[in-house]
Design a protein around this ligand. Structure first.
Ligand SMILES: [Zn+2]
Length: 223
């Protein structure tokens, strides 16, 4: 729709690591020095998982044929050094930290050849605090009403498309939105960057098409 396109010119995507595929790699931390979670400056509720403090150490489980460029980390992400260098070189924003992670052990899972040494991984945390979900236009099923206009937490039971509130995005290319700190959103620029550099082990779904329905509450689409 033209009016929709005009009023909402920027596109955003939910970033997920891939579950399967030839770059399937999983990380689990073996160091457990944790710090406090972020708190909402307005209501004081936690708006994130516990922070991960040094030393940054962990193991990899290797399911695929090659190591992935993006792994889920504790309260953040693990990215390869080449990802980090390209990300910075192209002037993208929204990641911080870039702490080297010591990989203690690589476990081969499933069938396939023995992996070589893993690439260098860096631990990054994500921007949070500016971009916010438009709770009217996002289709979020929840039993709880929104009580805080800053963190906008509702504890979703199901999601059938998300939308950002206009004017809240400040240009970050990777961020967690207020309203759903567990989600990782990326800009169109990030999507182009990931494609251009063939970054592996990630999927990007337009936020308006993002569906999460673990309890089967949404009307079934015909399949
Ligand atoms: Zn709050």
């Amino acid at each position: 729709m033209a009016s929709e396109a005009l009023s909402n010119p920027m596109r955003f995507f939910v970033l997920n690591k891939l579950r399967e595929g030839e770059h399937d790699t999983e990380f689990s931390r073996t160091s457990s020095n944790m710090g406090p979670a972020l708190r909402c400056p307005q209501c004081g509720n936690t708006v994130g998982a516990l922070s991960w403090e040094p030393p940054y150490q962990g193991d990899l489980e290797f399911y695929g044929q090659a190591f992935g460029d993006l792994l889920k980390g504790p309260s953040g992400l693990l990215i390869t050094e080449r990802f980090a260098e390209d990300f910075k070189a192209e002037g993208l924003t929204g990641l911080s930290g870039f702490h080297p992670v010591e990989i203690k052990w690589v476990r081969r899972k499933g069938r396939g050849s023995k992996p070589g040494p893993p690439p260098a991984y860096l631990y990054v945390t994500l921007a949070y605090g500016h971009a916010a979900l438009d709770m009217e236009r996002s289709r979020i099923l929840s039993k709880k009403p929104m009580v805080c206009s800053w963190c906008r937490y509702v504890g979703p039971d199901a999601i059938d498309g998300l939308a950002l509130e206009e004017g809240t995005w400040n240009g970050e290319d990777v961020f967690r939105p207020r309203g759903m700190w567990g989600a990782v959103l990326v800009s169109e620029r990030f999507k182009r960057f990931a494609g251009k550099h063939a970054m592996s082990h990630m999927a990007m779904i337009p936020i308006e098409n993002y569906i999460k329905d673990p309890l089967g509450l949404l009307p079934r689409a015909e399949t």
